[in-house]
Design a binder for this molecule. Structure first.
Ligand code: 5GP
Length: 186
């Protein structure tokens, strides 16, 4: 049984969801996007069970104690965790698992699943990232997110691929090739 996995990493607002949405719309890639769990509040437009499974901090802690997660992390002061069951089920269906998690999570996942291919999505500059964060809407934690972004960007070399998300189509093409290869090689 093949167990292909792609981990998409990169700072908040770098464009990870556009890559994911596009890749998921291409059914021949046969991807399964893990819906991770978080204790953060829902943002306008987000849906429970779609963007995340939104749970209370207490519930998250229960799940964590119950060995429900492959990995979990505290990001921007909130809990985030990747559930084991969805990964198992997706592989059982012959799909390639894809997930959008933070750098700490990606490092834990790589330790557990050495075949996982990690792709770091990099903004063209910190200034451009700031603009994208501002455009995305009221984020009281803008400075915190920018600080974390710079810390994450300093770790980019630890991952298998780095893609600069300047021009979307060109960057996506590069990403798609990596996904195809990861799915075929397992
Ligand atoms: P946001 O709050 O902007 O949706 O996400 C904040 C960060 O949490 C993003 O970098 C995202 O990749 C990361 N994240 C989402 N789910 C998980 C998860 O299950 N585990 C880890 N480690 N990080 C996650």
């Amino acid at each position: 049984m093949k167990h292909p996995m792609i981990v998409l990493i990169g700072p908040s607002a770098v464009g990870k969801s556009s890559f994911l949405d596009r890749a998921l719309s291409e059914s021949e890639l046969n991807l399964y996007d893990v819906v991770t769990y978080t204790s953060r509040a829902m943002r306008p437009g987000e849906k429970d069970g779609v963007h995340y499974h939104f749970v209370s901090q207490e519930k998250f802690e229960q799940l964590k104690e119950g060995d429900f997660f492959v990995e979990w992390a505290l990001v921007h002061g909130n809990y985030y965790g990747t559930p084991k069951d969805q990964i198992r089920e997706a592989w059982g269906r012959g799909q390639t698992v894809i997930m959008d998690i933070d750098v700490q999570g990606a490092q834990s996942v790589k330790r557990l699943y050495p075949q996982a291919i990690s792709v770091f999505l990099m903004p063209p500059s910190v200034d451009e990232l700031r603009q994208r964060l501002i455009k995305r809407g009221p984020a009281g934690d803008l400075e915190l997110r920018l600080e974390n972004a710079q810390r994450e960007m300093a770790l980019a070399d630890h991952f298998d691929h780095v893609i600069i998300n300047d021009e979307f189509e060109a960057a996506y093409k590069e990403f798609r090739k990596i996904v195809e290869k990861a799915s075929q090689n397992q």
